[in-house]
Design a protein around this ligand. Sequence first.
Ligand SMILES: [Zn+2]
Ligand SMILES: [Zn+2]
Length: 143
Amino acid sequence: MKIPFTGGCSCGAIRYECTAEPIMMFKCHCRDCQHVTGSGFAPAVLLPLGALRLTRGQLRYHFTSSMARGKHKRGFCPECGSRMTRGEFEEGEPQFVGILASTLDDPSWFRPQMDIFVSDAQPWDQMDPAIPKFAQYPPPTKE
Ligand SMILES: [Zn+2]
Ligand SMILES: [Zn+2]
């Protein structure tokens, strides 16, 4: 992975640039992620808040209720519907923003470190046995 790295949506109306290394990479297998991706899981790259910047276009947002608190905020391209982000660009909680690995210009460097919400995973959803699995959210990390 080269910093900064870039990505965008299917039609090119949304482009972004990120100037920091990811905090964490994981696959979320929850039902919401299944719905919004049309797939078995969402490949997520968590980035520090402020490191991600849109260089073209404006996201539209879709909200689903969260088990943790409040609502999940998911950004997508209003032109082609590509799912792009989760979390906030604004100040406040959470202090990170996530992008879907599939939106990267070079998605090949995505290295998931854990599987989360495997309690919702589908029988046809294949997982890497070598990385940790959590039924729902991972336990809080001490930092
Ligand atoms: Zn688009
Ligand atoms: Zn999910």
